[in-house]
Design a protein around this ligand. Sequence first.
Ligand SMILES: Cc1cc2nc3c(=O)[nH]c(=O)nc-3n(C[C@H](O)[C@H](O)[C@H](O)COP(=O)(O)O)c2cc1C
Length: 196
Amino acid sequence: MKKKLLFIILPLLVVICAAAGYAIMNGSSTQAANQGGLMDKKILTAYFSWGGNTKYIAEKIHTQVGGDMFRIEPVTPYPADYNETAYGIAKEQKEKNIHPPIKSTDVSGYDIIFVGTPAWWYTMAPPVMTFLEENNFEGKTIVPFITHGGGGGYTIDKDMAQLAKGAKVLKPIVIFSRGDSNTDNDIKEWLEKLSL
Ligand SMILES: Cc1cc2nc3c(=O)[nH]c(=O)nc-3n(C[C@H](O)[C@H](O)[C@H](O)COP(=O)(O)O)c2cc1C
């Protein structure tokens, strides 16, 4: 009788241990990535952030999708003062369509690039324009994420498609400021709906 029981219990234990090991090796971020079908893709989260909101959201997205992450940085940093940035240099760049030089970036090793920007003067921030123009996005997928101060996402996804030649640009997630207590869930649901 004891032997019979062992035959039943031992295989059960093996299955339970294997399942537990798999769950431990695949952390929660990979589980979310699986749901979005991202498992076999090389993923990058690239973002520009002046005040920290877009960085905060970039980190949340990165936690769920895995892969690499970097910050898009202008060679000449924007002033720390809001008015100087918003009504000085950023406004001038908008009016004159200036795409400022940025520190070197390389997307060549990636299939899916999450591109984050704050809304700046009704479109993406100028360093993100430089990033999209300077790199070769042919055959790659761009997934925009946008933070804003009340104006929404404007046509930033379409503006991105104009600059990133040959890229497929998917539906952005648009977040006011740095979101709220439901933002992690909003990101999860958005990722699940994307055809990645
Ligand atoms: C230069 C500048 C321009 C902005 N233009 C807009 C805008 O056109 N529409 C809007 O809703 N918010 C605008 N904002 C607010 C930002 O989009 C918002 O605060 C965003 O979350 C900031 O992201 P960050 O903290 O990553 O820089 C602007 C902010 C700055 C500094």
